[in-house]
Design a protein around this ligand. Sequence first.
Ligand SMILES: N[C@@H](CCC(=O)N[C@@H](CS)C(=O)NCC(=O)O)C(=O)O
Length: 210
Amino acid sequence: MSGLRILGRTSSINVRKVLWTAAELGLAFEHEPEWAGERSPRTPEFLALNPNGQVPVILDGDRVLWESNTICRYLVGKAGRTDLLPSEPFARAEVEMWMDWQASELNPAWGGAFLALVRKVPAAMADPAAIARSAEAWNQRMLLLEDRLARTGAYVAGEAFTLADIPLGLSLQRWLLTPIDRPPTPALAAWRARLQGRPAARAAVDPTIP
Ligand SMILES: N[C@@H](CCC(=O)N[C@@H](CS)C(=O)NCC(=O)O)C(=O)O
């Protein structure tokens, strides 16, 4: 089959990274939101695409990729959009640094609080101390991001919008829509307004989905 297919439910923040990136690039694609929704990603059919049994997965023709940040970098690279992911090694590494930070430091911090308070997973809801610890760790990392945005005064990697703004912008939305006590974050609020002004973000991102 030719064409780009994006597999995965829209409630997944990792799927939304890919949808937003595709919108920024103006790509034509087919979205299959039933995966990890009404269709299990643990079937042999899906596991043949991604042995982790997770979304997102993309098929670009008959070529398959998984890992959301990698998919976003691939799509941007294929489109030749060096404004979103620079070719100069240091500038590129700065963008990738913040993308990796989202995946490896920020994302694990919200686990307990998000699963309990938004997903309402019973095992997570049963441990209030773990929820409080997660909320505290999450807030601490969001304050680090607040400090970064206060310094750049614009976007995560500097004056211009880059690929780093996509995973982190979605992470900010998740934080704001999770019922925890949050410290004031004026630089994040100003950045969110800038992101929400982007036509691709308005088209691809439902601002009510945590
Ligand atoms: N590191 C992976 C994580 C993917 C992931 O955690 N996907 C979740 C949804 S956000 C998933 O598919 N969970 C299995 C399920 O919902 O059945 C990525 O960034 O793509």
